[in-house]
Design a protein around this ligand. Structure first.
Ligand SMILES: [Zn+2]
Length: 103
């Protein structure tokens, strides 16, 4: 019996870039993925200083200026509670130039 030499079907992914660069209109999901990739996942809150995940529920990157630009200096680690309060304008962050020293 002749061995059938079947070529595996090759699917060419032409014109399908893995990610569309959206320029200034970066989706928040994309932005947070970018942050996680470069800065890692936050594991404490820079405001209430907790590192207790049970208390914080989740640690998130909060955008300081609310402009969501791709600038590492424009993000701060906050717990879910502080993040919500910050976004609602109920929390004032005391941000100076030595953010790098925050843990
Ligand atoms: Zn907090």
């Amino acid at each position: 019996m002749a061995k059938q030499n079947r070529k595996p079907g090759k699917i060419w992914n032409n014109g399908n870039p893995p990610h569309n660069w959206k320029g200034d209109k970066v989706s928040l999901g994309g932005l947070h993925a970018w942050l996680g990739k470069h800065l890692g996942q936050p594991n404490y809150c820079a405001y209430c200083q907790t590192t207790d995940i049970k208390k914080a529920k989740v640690f998130q990157w909060a955008n300081i200026s609310h402009t969501y630009k791709r600038d590492f200096n424009d993000f701060i680690r906050l717990c879910a509670k502080c993040h919500k309060r910050y976004d609602l304008g109920r929390l004032t962050l005391n941000i100076d130039n030595d953010k790098e020293n925050v843990l």
